[in-house]
Design a protein. Sequence first.
Length: 221
Amino acid sequence: MIGIIVPAHNEEDFLDDCIKSLVAAASHQELGGEAVEILIMLDDCSDDSLHIAQSHGVGTHVCNHRNVGMTRAVGAQLLLERGARWLAFTDADSVVPYAWLAEQITHQVDAVCGIVEVTDWSEHSEQVRMRYDAVYRPVDDHRHIHGANLGVSAAAYLRAGGFRALPAHEDVHLVRDLQRIGANIVWTARNGVITSARKNCRCREGFGDYLNSLATPSLLS
């Protein structure tokens, strides 16, 4: 079985599109009919996220961690206990392409790190977009790490110790742990995940905060 884990904290504005894209990806013909379980990790949600997820018939788990690392880790453990051989991760404000899962599985490696794409820059100035494009490299063999576009085999995930209970950068630490154990990682620019560029982001020090920092050139390293 292939497991998909999606942390969500008050994501009613984006979750419907996210789940629709995951359901489509789970039906890709190249998966050969293998079972795919989608698990929405509803972390301290006070909006309509739970009902949206339930309307699609996907798995849900209500928690109150307010810690994205812990939320991803618990979701991964739940699906590992159900027999998942591969774990795919994205975010609730993101939309995956149809071939997302099929491409990850086809590589036959320990982990797949993909890129993200922003299609709606309406909340940011043109300068922010230009600064982002100047440093982001959407090419094969990139070294970008995104929890919104990440896949890992169950075996490699367990050997690396899984996600740490971190409020941010949990994805970066997992990939570093995978590298530490000598995991075979593919860095692909195919099947980029479309993600939100909203200013009111849910995870401090995450992708949204990075985009916000680009509005102030003095903060750039």
